[in-house]
Design a protein around this ligand. Structure first.
Ligand SMILES: O=C(O)c1ccccc1N[C@@H]1O[C@H](COP(=O)(O)O)[C@@H](O)[C@H]1O
Length: 214
């Protein structure tokens, strides 16, 4: 079971995720209270060991915007969190060989399964987040039955997000059976600082529920 900790804003928080055993660390370049600059994201990415993948989360208006950010930060993956059409996702993938392209689908918006089947043709992985005004980071869960049906239908890895925390992640893993889980607000303390104990508990509970499967 892979785990991504998202909305990391400082090298200190990134190092907590490394210590806790995260597989990936997400940095928000999109509109969000967790948004950081390209320069800050670059500095965080540099602190990560090769075993931890830096991921940038964006809602780019153009292909160039995504490509420029990726060239500056050199992430292992880009998470496209907005309304990027399939053609734009395909262009970004062509422009960034070697970078994993993750397309977010907002569960609750409708046509989720159709969208997942469309985007799996052009993206490397699908992320299922809860529909919210900010397009992510809402701290609310969605109907996991929808996510479960998508996991059963698409052939690309599916990452489950949206309102996960140390208390509900095991149930989410058992019910949905995703390739990976992703969390932002559920492992934070005051001031949206990542809490090492919450991150550790989240990762342990997710992995235990997946029976140690990678
Ligand atoms: O985290 C944010 O602030 C955010 C803002 C805008 C788009 C995406 C964002 N984060 C992504 O949303 C998921 C779910 O967040 P949460 O666990 O419900 O708080 C998070 O894992 C990021 O991938």
């Amino acid at each position: 079971m892979k785990v991504k900790i998202c909305g990391v804003r400082t090298p200190g928080d990134a190092l907590k995720c490394v210590e806790a055993g995260a597989d990936a660390v997400g940095m928000l370049l999109a509109r969000s209270p967790r948004r950081i600059t390209i320069e800050q994201a670059k500095a965080i990415a540099k602190t990560l060991p090769p075993s931890v993948r830096p991921v940038i989360v964006m809602m780019p208006s153009t292909v160039d915007e995504a490509v420029e950010a990726a060239h500056a930060i050199q992430p292992g993956a880009i998470q496209l969190q907005g309304d990027e059409p399939p053609g734009m996702v395909a262009e970004i993938k062509r422009a960034l060989p070697g970078t994993c392209i993750v397309k977010a689908i907002h569960v609750g918006e409708g046509r989720e399964l159709e969208k997942a089947m469309e985007y799996e043709k052009v993206a490397d992985a699908i992320l299922l987040d809860t529909m919210s005004p900010n397009r992510g980071g809402s701290g609310t869960t969605h109907d996991w039955n929808i996510s479960k049906s998508i996991v059963a239908s698409v052939r690309k890895p599916v990452i489950l997000a949206g309102g996960l925390n140390p208390d509900n992640v095991a149930a989410a893993v058992r019910e949905v059976g995703p390739y990976a889980v992703d969390v932002a607000s559920g492992v934070e303390g005051e001031g949206r600082v990542k809490d090492l104990e919450l991150v550790k508990a989240f990762i342990a509970n997710a992995r235990e529920a997946s029976n140690g499967h990678k």
